[in-house]
Design a protein around this ligand. Structure first.
Ligand code: ATP
Ligand code: MG
Length: 414
């Protein structure tokens, strides 16, 4: 069979990868040409010093730039050929990006005289790029992208400043740590080594904060699903891509924030199917949050094999409000500090406040105090802000400041 016939059989779009491979094979006769998709990223590996990569001037290297106010300009070669030096080996890597069936597609081709070296280099690069360092992978618009902003938010989170009722923080930490350490036990008793945990509760009580602190503690690759919608792909196709990628990097944690907004009647069936699919799901830790459990189908909420454990993040009771307000008092500048009696009064008068509202109370009071410092004591400012926020809580249809904020993207995307 002639190569052109094979290409014709693929069709003009899905044959791009075949054609590229063919072109590279004839440009590098006698060498192995191996294609690898998204798990590979030469630039990340080279930036970290794993190898050197020098883009060739010909064929034309397509360079794209990005810009951010605080970071300035950065560049990336989105299509081009690199000369690579890895250990004592010389290799060539080609990068190509095109649109296939409306979906942007990226492929890398690793080229070398010795197939074993090609495979070792590919494997070392993939291993490095999928370690839980530098960035988290976020799924949106139908594809995975490395996301340094989410990574930073995770690195900034800690259990230290999280106030949870009773022993919940310790339970959560032990739960995940013991799951990851128990691979051998699961295998011994032939129980699938996978776990699903759901954080449930009204807005602003620490689900996202705890999720980030947990991910940071786990130190396994994190895959963060932000949307299952994309312009040209069905939700089902995207769900399949999400789980396929997660299976490639296990043990890992797969995160679905605001699960009730992601899973609908139309895509639920495949989602459940993938969660249940024991095959190759070994080492998968699924973490999800919701503040609308009533919108989740009982098949998700109540079947233990899917989300085995639910942690409830309720509105803080007096004891938790006391701990949180005391934390704040300790952080305040001495000129703003409030008395013990005032802490107690605040605890009593903030019944029904979420942590996000309590935080807002302190932040807005500090700002007002700074403006009017000559005239008002901090306690007076706090009292007046408290009344304002109570009114806001009564009249505001969108329940808390945090809930309003989540209507916007959680993170600042590039
Ligand atoms: N239990 C808590 N202890 C300390 N700080 C908290 C706690 N809960 C929330 N906060 C603070 O309040 C803010 C909002 O919290 P977070 O985003 O975790 O809420 P959430 O439960 O995810 O809300 P939503 O359902 O709206 O997404 C964060 O700045 C967080 O640090
Ligand atoms: Mg949240």
């Amino acid at each position: 069979m002639q190569e052109e016939q094979i290409f014709e059989a693929y069709g003009p779009e899905s044959g791009t990868s075949y054609r590229l491979s063919l072109a590279l094979a004839s440009a590098f006769p006698g060498k192995a040409v191996v294609a690898i998709a998204e798990t590979f990223d030469l630039e990340t590996y080279a930036r970290a010093g794993g190898c050197t990569a020098t883009p060739r001037a010909t064929p034309h290297a397509q360079i794209e730039a990005g810009w951010r106010r605080n970071q300035g300009l950065w560049h990336s070669v989105v299509s081009g050929v690199f000369d690579v030096r890895w250990k004592e080996h010389d290799l060539v890597v080609a990068h190509a990006r095109w649109v296939e069936g409306y979906r942007p597609t990226t492929s890398w081709f690793v080229i070398g005289g010795d197939r074993a070296v090609v495979d070792d280099f590919t494997s070392a690069t993939c291993e490095f790029c999928n370690e839980p360092r530098e960035a988290v992978l976020a799924f949106r618009g139908g594809c995975w992208q490395r996301d340094g902003e989410i990574y930073k938010a995770i690195q900034a989170a800690s259990f230290e400043d999280l106030v949870l009722s009773g022993d919940m923080a310790r339970e959560i930490r032990d739960d995940f740590a013991s799951f990851l350490a128990a691979k051998a036990e699961y295998a011994k008793y032939q129980v699938p080594w996978k776990r699903g945990v759901l954080f449930v509760g009204p807005p602003g009580n620490g689900k996202t904060h705890c999720l980030r602190a947990t991910i940071k503690m786990l130190d396994v690759p994190c895959l963060y699903v932000q949307s299952l919608k994309s312009r040209y792909e069905t939700d089902d196709a995207n769900i399949a891509r999400v789980f396929d990628r997660a299976r490639e990097v296990t043990p890992c944690c797969l995160v679905f924030e605001d699960l009730d907004a992601l899973i609908t009647a139309d895509n639920r069936s495949l989602f459940l199917n993938q969660l249940d699919g024991f095959a190759n799901a070994s080492g998968m830790l699924t973490l999800a949050t919701t503040n609308h459990p009533e919108r989740l189908d009982p098949a998700i909420l109540d079947r233990p094999s899917r989300f085995d454990r639910k942690y409830h993040f309720a509105l803080p009771r007096a004891a938790e409000r006391g701990r949180y307000i005391t934390q704040w008092r300790e952080r305040l500048d001495p000129a703003m500090r409030i008395e013990d009696a005032q802490v107690e009064a605040l605890v009593a008068s903030t019944e029904g406040f979420s942590f996000a509202y309590l935080k807002e109370l302190f932040l807005s009071s500090m700002m007002r105090w700074i403006k009017t410092r000559e005239e008002c004591a901090m306690a007076t400012v706090l009292d007046s802000q408290l009344q304002t926020l109570r009114e806001q809580m009564k009249t505001d249809a969108s329940p808390t400041p945090q809930a309003a904020a989540t209507a916007e993207p959680l993170f600042d995307f590039p």
